[in-house]
Write a protein that binds this ligand. Structure first.
Ligand code: PMV
Length: 323
Protein backbone atom coordinates (compact mmCIF):
# COMPACT_ATOMS: atom_id res chain seq x y z
CA UNK A 1 0.00 0.00 0.00
CA UNK A 2 1.38 3.41 -0.92
CA UNK A 3 1.12 6.30 1.49
CA UNK A 4 -2.09 7.92 0.26
CA UNK A 5 -1.09 11.18 1.87
CA UNK A 6 2.39 11.38 0.29
CA UNK A 7 2.77 14.78 -1.40
CA UNK A 8 3.68 15.27 -5.05
CA UNK A 9 7.29 16.50 -4.81
CA UNK A 10 8.82 19.43 -6.70
CA UNK A 11 10.41 18.44 -10.03
CA UNK A 12 11.76 20.11 -13.14
CA UNK A 13 10.90 19.61 -16.82
CA UNK A 14 10.91 17.31 -18.65
CA UNK A 15 8.68 15.28 -16.38
CA UNK A 16 6.11 12.56 -16.47
CA UNK A 17 3.11 11.74 -14.31
CA UNK A 18 0.61 8.93 -14.30
CA UNK A 19 -2.87 8.30 -12.93
CA UNK A 20 -5.05 5.22 -12.66
CA UNK A 21 -8.63 5.15 -13.91
CA UNK A 22 -11.51 4.34 -11.59
CA UNK A 23 -14.52 2.13 -11.30
CA UNK A 24 -17.61 3.05 -9.27
CA UNK A 25 -19.12 0.22 -7.22
CA UNK A 26 -22.00 2.02 -5.46
CA UNK A 27 -23.56 5.47 -5.50
CA UNK A 28 -22.83 7.11 -8.86
CA UNK A 29 -25.16 10.06 -9.56
CA UNK A 30 -26.42 10.15 -5.96
CA UNK A 31 -22.92 11.27 -4.89
CA UNK A 32 -23.39 14.48 -6.88
CA UNK A 33 -26.22 15.28 -4.43
CA UNK A 34 -24.19 14.47 -1.31
CA UNK A 35 -25.02 10.75 -0.88
CA UNK A 36 -22.21 8.18 -0.31
CA UNK A 37 -20.26 6.51 -3.10
CA UNK A 38 -17.74 3.65 -3.21
CA UNK A 39 -15.15 3.49 -6.00
CA UNK A 40 -11.74 1.97 -6.58
CA UNK A 41 -8.74 2.92 -8.68
CA UNK A 42 -8.06 0.49 -11.56
CA UNK A 43 -4.74 -0.54 -12.99
CA UNK A 44 -5.43 1.00 -16.41
CA UNK A 45 -3.51 4.26 -16.52
CA UNK A 46 -3.08 7.55 -18.34
CA UNK A 47 0.47 8.88 -18.49
CA UNK A 48 1.51 12.38 -19.51
CA UNK A 49 4.93 13.63 -20.58
CA UNK A 50 5.40 17.37 -20.15
CA UNK A 51 8.24 19.52 -21.41
CA UNK A 52 8.82 23.17 -22.22
CA UNK A 53 7.83 24.00 -25.78
CA UNK A 54 7.41 26.78 -28.30
CA UNK A 55 3.62 26.79 -27.95
CA UNK A 56 0.95 25.18 -25.78
CA UNK A 57 0.30 21.80 -27.41
CA UNK A 58 -1.35 18.51 -26.47
CA UNK A 59 -0.39 15.49 -28.56
CA UNK A 60 1.05 17.86 -31.19
CA UNK A 61 -2.24 19.78 -31.53
CA UNK A 62 -1.51 23.52 -31.41
CA UNK A 63 -5.25 24.22 -30.96
CA UNK A 64 -5.74 21.79 -28.10
CA UNK A 65 -6.74 24.60 -25.75
CA UNK A 66 -9.81 25.10 -27.94
CA UNK A 67 -10.38 21.42 -28.73
CA UNK A 68 -10.02 19.87 -25.29
CA UNK A 69 -11.97 21.35 -22.36
CA UNK A 70 -10.01 19.29 -19.80
CA UNK A 71 -6.66 20.50 -21.14
CA UNK A 72 -7.96 24.07 -21.17
CA UNK A 73 -9.23 23.82 -17.57
CA UNK A 74 -5.97 22.19 -16.41
CA UNK A 75 -3.94 25.04 -17.93
CA UNK A 76 -6.28 27.75 -16.63
CA UNK A 77 -6.58 26.46 -13.06
CA UNK A 78 -3.39 24.44 -12.67
CA UNK A 79 -0.61 26.17 -14.60
CA UNK A 80 -0.27 29.62 -13.21
CA UNK A 81 2.81 30.85 -15.10
CA UNK A 82 1.15 29.92 -18.44
CA UNK A 83 4.52 29.50 -20.20
CA UNK A 84 4.16 27.19 -23.22
CA UNK A 85 4.47 23.48 -22.58
CA UNK A 86 4.18 20.45 -24.82
CA UNK A 87 2.10 17.64 -23.35
CA UNK A 88 1.90 14.14 -24.69
CA UNK A 89 -0.78 11.92 -23.18
CA UNK A 90 -0.93 8.16 -23.58
CA UNK A 91 -3.91 6.32 -22.15
CA UNK A 92 -4.97 2.71 -21.77
CA UNK A 93 -8.38 3.75 -20.42
CA UNK A 94 -11.23 3.60 -22.94
CA UNK A 95 -12.87 7.03 -23.30
CA UNK A 96 -16.45 7.84 -22.32
CA UNK A 97 -16.77 4.32 -20.90
CA UNK A 98 -17.27 5.15 -17.23
CA UNK A 99 -13.71 4.18 -16.31
CA UNK A 100 -12.47 7.63 -15.39
CA UNK A 101 -10.45 8.56 -18.47
CA UNK A 102 -11.08 12.27 -17.96
CA UNK A 103 -10.31 12.15 -14.20
CA UNK A 104 -7.08 10.26 -14.95
CA UNK A 105 -6.01 12.80 -17.58
CA UNK A 106 -6.80 15.67 -15.20
CA UNK A 107 -4.95 14.03 -12.28
CA UNK A 108 -1.87 13.15 -14.34
CA UNK A 109 -1.49 16.59 -15.94
CA UNK A 110 -2.27 18.42 -12.69
CA UNK A 111 0.27 16.31 -10.79
CA UNK A 112 2.85 17.20 -13.47
CA UNK A 113 2.02 20.93 -13.41
CA UNK A 114 1.99 20.95 -9.59
CA UNK A 115 5.41 19.26 -9.46
CA UNK A 116 6.81 21.88 -11.84
CA UNK A 117 5.41 24.62 -9.57
CA UNK A 118 7.08 23.35 -6.39
CA UNK A 119 5.02 20.29 -5.46
CA UNK A 120 1.65 19.91 -3.75
CA UNK A 121 0.11 18.13 -0.78
CA UNK A 122 -2.19 15.31 -1.86
CA UNK A 123 -5.41 16.77 -0.37
CA UNK A 124 -4.73 20.02 -2.27
CA UNK A 125 -4.08 18.01 -5.46
CA UNK A 126 -7.45 16.26 -5.00
CA UNK A 127 -9.22 19.61 -4.53
CA UNK A 128 -7.46 21.12 -7.57
CA UNK A 129 -8.34 18.11 -9.75
CA UNK A 130 -12.00 18.35 -8.71
CA UNK A 131 -12.14 22.04 -9.64
CA UNK A 132 -10.48 21.37 -13.00
CA UNK A 133 -12.77 18.45 -13.87
CA UNK A 134 -15.80 20.43 -12.81
CA UNK A 135 -14.59 23.46 -14.72
CA UNK A 136 -14.45 21.36 -17.88
CA UNK A 137 -17.62 19.33 -17.29
CA UNK A 138 -19.79 21.95 -15.59
CA UNK A 139 -21.34 19.42 -13.18
CA UNK A 140 -20.31 16.48 -11.04
CA UNK A 141 -18.83 15.26 -7.79
CA UNK A 142 -15.21 14.81 -6.64
CA UNK A 143 -15.69 11.00 -6.57
CA UNK A 144 -13.67 10.23 -9.70
CA UNK A 145 -10.83 12.67 -9.11
CA UNK A 146 -10.40 11.82 -5.40
CA UNK A 147 -10.39 8.09 -6.17
CA UNK A 148 -7.64 8.38 -8.79
CA UNK A 149 -5.61 10.74 -6.56
CA UNK A 150 -5.92 8.41 -3.54
CA UNK A 151 -5.65 5.01 -5.27
CA UNK A 152 -7.21 1.91 -3.67
CA UNK A 153 -10.84 1.72 -2.49
CA UNK A 154 -12.34 5.07 -1.55
CA UNK A 155 -15.64 6.03 0.09
CA UNK A 156 -17.07 9.47 -0.49
CA UNK A 157 -19.31 10.66 2.36
CA UNK A 158 -19.19 7.30 4.08
CA UNK A 159 -16.80 4.64 5.35
CA UNK A 160 -14.85 4.14 8.54
CA UNK A 161 -12.45 6.38 10.43
CA UNK A 162 -11.03 9.82 9.81
CA UNK A 163 -11.27 11.35 6.32
CA UNK A 164 -8.14 11.35 4.16
CA UNK A 165 -9.34 14.78 3.04
CA UNK A 166 -12.49 16.80 2.34
CA UNK A 167 -13.39 18.43 -0.97
CA UNK A 168 -15.37 21.64 -1.09
CA UNK A 169 -17.51 23.29 -3.74
CA UNK A 170 -19.43 26.52 -3.26
CA UNK A 171 -22.40 24.75 -1.69
CA UNK A 172 -21.20 21.26 -0.65
CA UNK A 173 -18.51 19.31 1.18
CA UNK A 174 -17.54 15.68 0.46
CA UNK A 175 -15.43 13.64 2.93
CA UNK A 176 -13.08 11.07 1.38
CA UNK A 177 -12.16 7.94 3.36
CA UNK A 178 -10.13 4.80 2.79
CA UNK A 179 -11.98 1.45 2.56
CA UNK A 180 -10.18 -1.94 2.61
CA UNK A 181 -9.85 -3.82 -0.68
CA UNK A 182 -11.64 -7.17 -0.21
CA UNK A 183 -9.30 -8.67 -2.87
CA UNK A 184 -11.97 -9.73 -5.36
CA UNK A 185 -11.78 -9.95 -9.15
CA UNK A 186 -14.12 -7.50 -10.91
CA UNK A 187 -15.13 -7.43 -14.57
CA UNK A 188 -16.10 -4.31 -16.49
CA UNK A 189 -17.64 -4.49 -19.95
CA UNK A 190 -17.88 -1.48 -22.22
CA UNK A 191 -21.10 -1.44 -24.25
CA UNK A 192 -19.49 0.55 -27.06
CA UNK A 193 -22.07 3.28 -26.59
CA UNK A 194 -20.36 6.55 -25.69
CA UNK A 195 -22.37 9.08 -23.70
CA UNK A 196 -22.01 12.47 -22.08
CA UNK A 197 -21.51 12.38 -18.32
CA UNK A 198 -22.77 15.96 -18.03
CA UNK A 199 -26.05 15.18 -19.86
CA UNK A 200 -26.66 12.08 -17.72
CA UNK A 201 -25.92 14.02 -14.51
CA UNK A 202 -28.35 16.80 -15.53
CA UNK A 203 -31.15 14.39 -16.35
CA UNK A 204 -30.75 12.49 -13.04
CA UNK A 205 -30.63 15.80 -11.16
CA UNK A 206 -33.95 16.76 -12.75
CA UNK A 207 -35.43 13.37 -11.77
CA UNK A 208 -34.23 13.74 -8.17
CA UNK A 209 -35.71 17.24 -7.97
CA UNK A 210 -39.12 15.96 -9.16
CA UNK A 211 -41.81 14.50 -6.86
CA UNK A 212 -40.51 11.31 -5.21
CA UNK A 213 -36.90 12.37 -5.84
CA UNK A 214 -35.86 12.88 -2.19
CA UNK A 215 -37.20 9.40 -1.32
CA UNK A 216 -35.19 7.91 -4.19
CA UNK A 217 -32.06 9.74 -3.07
CA UNK A 218 -32.60 8.31 0.42
CA UNK A 219 -32.68 4.79 -1.08
CA UNK A 220 -29.44 5.47 -2.98
CA UNK A 221 -27.93 6.67 0.28
CA UNK A 222 -28.98 3.53 2.14
CA UNK A 223 -27.71 1.13 -0.55
CA UNK A 224 -24.32 2.83 -0.74
CA UNK A 225 -23.94 3.04 3.05
CA UNK A 226 -24.75 -0.65 3.43
CA UNK A 227 -22.59 -1.48 0.40
CA UNK A 228 -19.56 0.29 1.85
CA UNK A 229 -19.90 -1.67 5.13
CA UNK A 230 -20.40 -4.95 3.23
CA UNK A 231 -17.24 -4.38 1.16
CA UNK A 232 -15.31 -3.34 4.28
CA UNK A 233 -16.19 -6.64 6.01
CA UNK A 234 -15.74 -8.70 2.82
CA UNK A 235 -19.38 -9.90 2.77
CA UNK A 236 -19.70 -10.94 -0.86
CA UNK A 237 -23.28 -12.09 -0.70
CA UNK A 238 -24.47 -8.79 0.79
CA UNK A 239 -22.41 -6.84 -1.77
CA UNK A 240 -24.02 -8.79 -4.63
CA UNK A 241 -27.54 -8.08 -3.35
CA UNK A 242 -26.78 -4.39 -2.90
CA UNK A 243 -25.25 -4.11 -6.39
CA UNK A 244 -28.49 -5.49 -7.84
CA UNK A 245 -30.52 -3.10 -5.73
CA UNK A 246 -28.36 -0.15 -6.87
CA UNK A 247 -29.05 -1.12 -10.50
CA UNK A 248 -32.81 -1.07 -9.83
CA UNK A 249 -32.44 2.51 -8.56
CA UNK A 250 -30.29 3.56 -11.51
CA UNK A 251 -32.92 2.11 -13.85
CA UNK A 252 -35.54 4.08 -11.96
CA UNK A 253 -33.71 7.38 -12.51
CA UNK A 254 -33.45 6.64 -16.22
CA UNK A 255 -29.74 5.99 -16.83
CA UNK A 256 -29.89 2.35 -17.83
CA UNK A 257 -30.03 1.55 -21.53
CA UNK A 258 -31.40 -1.41 -23.53
CA UNK A 259 -27.82 -2.44 -24.41
CA UNK A 260 -26.81 -2.38 -20.75
CA UNK A 261 -29.88 -4.42 -19.80
CA UNK A 262 -28.96 -6.95 -22.54
CA UNK A 263 -25.44 -7.23 -21.10
CA UNK A 264 -26.82 -7.68 -17.59
CA UNK A 265 -29.01 -10.52 -18.84
CA UNK A 266 -26.22 -12.16 -20.83
CA UNK A 267 -23.86 -12.04 -17.84
CA UNK A 268 -26.35 -13.33 -15.26
CA UNK A 269 -25.48 -17.09 -15.28
CA UNK A 270 -21.80 -16.32 -14.55
CA UNK A 271 -22.17 -13.28 -12.30
CA UNK A 272 -23.26 -12.82 -8.70
CA UNK A 273 -24.33 -9.28 -9.63
CA UNK A 274 -24.12 -6.83 -12.53
CA UNK A 275 -24.88 -3.12 -12.58
CA UNK A 276 -23.99 -0.15 -14.72
CA UNK A 277 -20.95 1.79 -13.55
CA UNK A 278 -20.36 5.52 -14.02
CA UNK A 279 -22.82 7.85 -15.66
CA UNK A 280 -24.76 5.13 -17.55
CA UNK A 281 -26.98 5.88 -20.58
CA UNK A 282 -24.40 3.74 -22.39
CA UNK A 283 -20.90 3.30 -21.04
CA UNK A 284 -20.09 0.19 -19.03
CA UNK A 285 -21.39 -2.45 -16.66
CA UNK A 286 -19.54 -3.77 -13.60
CA UNK A 287 -19.89 -7.46 -12.73
CA UNK A 288 -18.91 -9.50 -9.70
CA UNK A 289 -18.15 -12.92 -11.19
CA UNK A 290 -19.29 -16.22 -9.70
CA UNK A 291 -15.92 -17.49 -8.38
CA UNK A 292 -14.45 -19.87 -10.97
CA UNK A 293 -16.68 -18.49 -13.75
CA UNK A 294 -14.57 -15.44 -14.61
CA UNK A 295 -13.67 -16.75 -18.07
CA UNK A 296 -17.24 -17.76 -18.82
CA UNK A 297 -18.38 -14.29 -17.77
CA UNK A 298 -15.89 -12.62 -20.11
CA UNK A 299 -17.01 -14.91 -22.94
CA UNK A 300 -20.68 -14.17 -22.32
CA UNK A 301 -20.14 -10.41 -22.29
CA UNK A 302 -17.98 -10.53 -25.44
CA UNK A 303 -20.56 -12.69 -27.23
CA UNK A 304 -23.22 -10.15 -26.28
CA UNK A 305 -21.17 -7.53 -28.14
CA UNK A 306 -19.34 -5.78 -25.28
CA UNK A 307 -15.66 -5.19 -24.69
CA UNK A 308 -14.94 -6.87 -21.33
CA UNK A 309 -11.92 -6.26 -19.07
CA UNK A 310 -10.81 -7.88 -15.86
CA UNK A 311 -10.17 -4.83 -13.70
CA UNK A 312 -7.68 -5.07 -10.91
CA UNK A 313 -7.87 -2.51 -8.14
CA UNK A 314 -4.58 -0.68 -7.67
CA UNK A 315 -3.39 0.91 -4.44
CA UNK A 316 -1.25 3.41 -6.36
CA UNK A 317 -2.82 6.82 -6.88
CA UNK A 318 -1.73 9.61 -9.24
CA UNK A 319 1.92 10.57 -9.04
CA UNK A 320 5.17 11.36 -10.79
CA UNK A 321 6.92 8.73 -12.88
CA UNK A 322 10.67 8.74 -12.56
CA UNK A 323 12.18 8.60 -16.03
O1 PMV B 1 -19.11 7.94 -16.10
P1 PMV B 1 -18.09 8.69 -15.37
O2 PMV B 1 -16.77 8.03 -15.25
O3 PMV B 1 -17.94 10.07 -15.89
O4 PMV B 1 -18.62 8.79 -13.85
C1 PMV B 1 -19.63 9.69 -13.52
C2 PMV B 1 -20.07 9.52 -12.11
C3 PMV B 1 -21.25 10.43 -11.76
O5 PMV B 1 -21.60 10.15 -10.41
C4 PMV B 1 -22.44 10.14 -12.65
C5 PMV B 1 -20.89 11.90 -11.88
C6 PMV B 1 -19.91 12.40 -10.84
O6 PMV B 1 -19.25 13.40 -11.13
O7 PMV B 1 -19.83 11.85 -9.75
Amino acid sequence: MTDELAPIPAATFPLSARSPGKCIVFGEHAVVHGAPELAFAVDLTTQVFVTRGGSMRLNADPEALEHNAYFRAAVEHGWSDRSPVEVRAVSRIPRAAGLGSSAAFVAAITAAFSAAQGGVARPALAQRCFEIEQGAQGVGSPGDTSTVVAGGFVAINGGPGEPLWSIRSTDRRWDVRRVSDPGWVWVVAYSGIPRSTADAVRSVSARLAAPGGPELLEQFRRVATDGISAVERGDRRAVAELLQHNQVLLREVGVSHPRLEALIEAAAPAAEAVKLTGAGAGGSVLALPVPGKETELIRRLARAGALPFVVRPTAVGAGLVTV
